[in-house]
Design a protein around this ligand. Structure first.
Ligand code: ZN
Length: 173
């Protein structure tokens, strides 16, 4: 088992994976149609992680440090597949609870915490401005809607369960 950094064809875009067979994984990834890889024109090449740490920490370390190095929008992986409030908070928690990881982040970018807090603030504002498509009210996504009636007073049938969980951006309220 090792961790690899896939360099995508679009410059400065990376995908981090953990696998015991990189060639196999790349073949699979071509079939699975991972959106981030597809959007960035596929895999150009890969490099093995050079971090000299426990294998169980490697994937997390690679994705977080590469996000700080290249920008959050430029890096994805199985550990963080998309960016939303919950995942930004997860990143912050992972860093601040691990002294070694925190030190590494400060070495890469002294301002990482300010930049990450800005991302969290942006997500907060996005949620505040969002209009729930379930009830029509502002301030929450449909996945977190607790309303029984929409803004016109019409009873909302419970169709939330039918929505694919993955596509919903949750807010931390
Ligand atoms: Zn609602």
């Amino acid at each position: 088992m090792n961790v690899y950094i896939l360099e995508l064809n679009k410059s400065k875009k990376y995908y981090i994976i953990k696998t015991d067979n990189i060639e196999d994984s790349i073949k699979k990834y071509k079939n699975y149609n991972i959106e981030f890889i597809k959007d960035n024109q596929g895999i150009n090449k890969y490099t093995k992680s050079e971090l000299n740490i426990d294998i169980n920490l490697k994937e997390k370390y690679e994705i977080i440090t590469n996000m700080i190095k290249y920008g959050y929008n430029n890096v994805r992986g199985d550990f963080i597949e998309y960016l939303n409030m919950e995942n930004y908070l997860k990143i912050k928690k992972e860093i601040t609870e691990d002294k070694n990881l925190e030190d590494l982040c400060y070495k890469i970018n002294n301002n990482w915490i300010i930049e990450l807090d800005n991302k969290i603030l942006q997500e907060k504002q996005k949620i505040e401005n969002t209009v729930c498509f379930n009830c029509g009210r502002k301030g929450h996504y449909a996945g977190k809607c607790k309303e029984k009636y929409n803004i016109d007073g019409i009873y909302i049938e419970n169709y939330i369960n039918n929505i694919e969980q993955k596509n919903i951006y949750y807010s931390k309220s």
